[in-house]
Design a protein around this ligand. Structure first.
Ligand code: P6P
Length: 290
């Protein structure tokens, strides 16, 4: 994966080369452990194992100044000047949707590479990618130039799609959260979308977002009556996936504005409502919620 910046290339290549090993390592590691992640969610053995593997490999890359993970409380200062502007920072969701291990369904690894100290605005992303552990292992990689898809096998990656853009005519939608917990405004929007598109919701954001990027449509995890901030994390899920979809010609939103323009709080685990998909669908959503 030749990229303009050698450090970013090293980060992305490290994740792509680790993905087949992570996939193999899922076997025998699906039991819950007596721990919760910083968001209060039960961890499985694979969450901790994948995080330790990626933390070790990514934080040792020269040029990476910070490593942050959905699975660990604090940001790792990689021994360089974390506040320096010349270091890149990486935010990782090591196993997005790891609860799908129990039901043997798709999961992913998400990474965002920022050129600013964490927590950072999505606009500070210089690259973002996700690995999808589906029937085959693939990586969707967005850089400042383009969006590409790779098939990952041991020690190898083969580009299977390049210059990816969202299809113009949306086909699928997937919305998280319990329907009775949706706000009235979002419920009204969802009821309209349900008459237009086909439902695709698998319980792991990356599997659902990959459907949107393949067929066109919208994925969302809205703010809920019980939790207006929603469930998904801005630094580890919203920003990187928002960056990927926007680089593919779509839009992202927290219901009001592009996720990439949201000023983060000091909390690296800050949650946000997340919507990504075709521009027309996101525009309609923001109109509905305004
Ligand atoms: P629910 C997985 O736990 C995750 O963070 C996302 O990957 C996924 O979209 C969402 O939560 C699923 O949440 O409430 O449907 O189980």
């Amino acid at each position: 994966m030749t990229m303009s910046d050698p450090v970013v290339e090293d980060v992305v290549t490290t994740v792509s080369h680790s993905a087949p090993e992570i996939r193999r390592g899922l076997v025998g590691r699906r039991d819950a452990v007596d721990e919760e992640n910083p968001s209060g969610e039960t961890q499985v053995e694979a969450d901790i194992w994948a995080d330790e593997l990626l933390a070790d490999r990514l934080s040792s890359i020269d040029g990476v100044s910070q490593y942050a993970s959905e699975e660990r409380e604090a940001i790792i200062d990689c021994g360089r000047d974390a506040a320096s502007t010349d270091g890149y920072t990486v935010a990782v969701d090591p196993l997005d949707g790891s609860s799908n291990l129990t039901s043997n369904n798709a999961m992913g690894t998400i990474i965002g590479v920022y050129d600013a100290p964490l927590p950072a605005r999505g606009e500070n992303l210089v690259a973002a990618a996700y690995v999808l552990y589906g029937p085959i292992t693939t990586m969707l990689l967005a850089t400042e130039d383009t969006v590409s898809e790779y098939e990952l096998t041991d020690g190898n990656h083969r580009r299977i799609r390049e210059d990816i853009t969202l299809p113009d005519d949306p086909v699928v939608y997937g919305f998280g959260g319990r329907v009775p917990d949706w706000t009235d405004e979002f419920t009204e929007y969802a009821r309209t979308i349900e008459t237009e598109l086909k439902r695709r919701y698998g319980g792991a954001m990356i599997g659902d977002v990959n459907q949107v990027l393949t067929y066109g449509g919208i994925f969302g995890y809205p703010g809920l009556e019980s939790r207006p901030e929603g469930k998904l994390r801005l630094q580890f899920e919203g920003n990187p996936v928002g960056y990927i979809v926007e680089q593919a010609g779509g839009r992202s939103s927290n219901g009001e504005q592009s996720l990439l323009t949201v000023d983060p709080s000091d909390d690296i685990h800050e949650r946000t409502p997340v919507f990504v998909g075709n521009e027309s669908l996101i525009d309609r959503l923001e109109m509905q919620l305004s």
